[in-house]
Each structure stands twice: as structure tokens, then as C-alpha cells.
Design a protein around this ligand. Structure first.
Ligand code: UDP
Ligand code: MG
Length: 139
């Protein structure tokens, strides 16, 4: 994947609360082009693999439970400086620390259930995008 792309998931809490449209609108308004988009549900094995980097952390079990309890919306997004700009748009991991107007400040309930994922590097954006989408699903 190109370095002007990032990967996001609208997590199960966002889907449950009916926030798909509002969050996608924020993403569009911030100048990201949607390259790929789908609603899907991760299996336990999927979530364990996706978050493997965190498998020693105390919150790993809860994270896998949360991320598999219902559907998510996965997307690949394109913009100059996509990874960094999207992390700015979503705000800090803990919504209590997130800046005003960020997606997590607006829609996240807690550090665990924090509404959205955003890749942390160009390398991980490519890995995570390929985890969820085939080449024929990217435009
Ligand atoms: N998480 C959690 N407790 C923590 C830290 C993280 O439940 O103390 C969850 C949260 O859903 C977070 C995800 O694990 O989004 C991945 O953590 P990371 O540190 O990568 O945060 P992010 O990159 O999502 O801001
Ligand atoms: Mg992360």
C-alpha cells in the first residue's frame, strides 16, 4: 500500500450506537478519500492476529472480546500524511485525554471502548489494510 494511506476500523461500539454515518462524515470533512470500505465482523482468531502486538498486555483478553462482539466498519483512507493526520483526527487512545472535536472525544466511552482504530505507521497501515481487503476491494 502507498504511504499516503491509512487504515481504520469503526469499532463495535460505534456501530452499536449508530455512529457510522457521523464518523464517516468527519473523515470525509477532514479530506480523506475512501479507498476501501466494508462492514464485517472479526472472529476471535482474527482479532488475536490483528492485535498480536498487544498479546502480552493485561487488556488483551478484553480487547479481543470487545472487537469481536459485533460488526465493525473497516476502511482504507487516502490523504497526504494520512497516518499522522488521521491519528490527530481521532485523538488520544483515552477519550478523557483526547482533544476537543476529535472522533474519540465525541464518540468514545472509555480507553477500552474508544470508537475507532487508526494505524500507527505506514508499514502497519499496509499490513492492516491487507488484513481486511483484497486488491479487488481497493479503489
Ligand atoms: N486498550 C485498552 N486499554 C489500554 C490501552 C489500550 O483497552 O490501556 C485498547 C484500546 O481499544 C486501544 C487498543 O487497545 O485502541 C490498542 O491500543 P493502542 O495502545 O495501540 O492504542 P491506539 O493505537 O488504538 O490509540
Ligand atoms: Mg495502536
Amino acid at each position: 500500500m502507498r504511504t499516503d494511506r491509512t487504515f481504520t476500523m469503526l469499532k463495535p461500539d460505534s456501530v452499536e450506537k449508530g455512529h457510522i454515518g457521523a464518523i464517516l462524515e468527519k473523515i470525509n470533512a477532514a479530506g480523506f478519500r475512501i479507498v476501501a470500505l466494508k462492514e464485517t465482523q472479526m472472529t476471535t482468531a482474527d482479532a488475536q492476529a490483528f492485535y498480536a502486538v498487544h498479546n502480552e498486555r493485561p487488556f488483551f483478553g478484553e480487547l479481543v472480546e470487545y472487537m469481536t462482539r459485533g460488526p465493525i466498519v473497516a476502511a482504507i483512507l487516502e490523504k497526504d500524511n494520512a497516518v499522522e493526520d488521521f491519528r490527530t483526527l481521532i485523538g488520544a487512545t483515552n477519550p478523557a485525554d483526547a482533544a476537543e472535536g476529535t472522533i474519540r472525544k465525541l464518540y468514545a466511552a472509555s480507553i477500552g471502548e474508544n470508537a475507532v482504530h487508526g494505524s500507527d505507521s505506514d508499514e502497519n497501515a499496509a499490513i492492516e489494510g491487507a488484513f481486511h481487503f483484497s486488491g479487488r476491494e481497493m479503489f
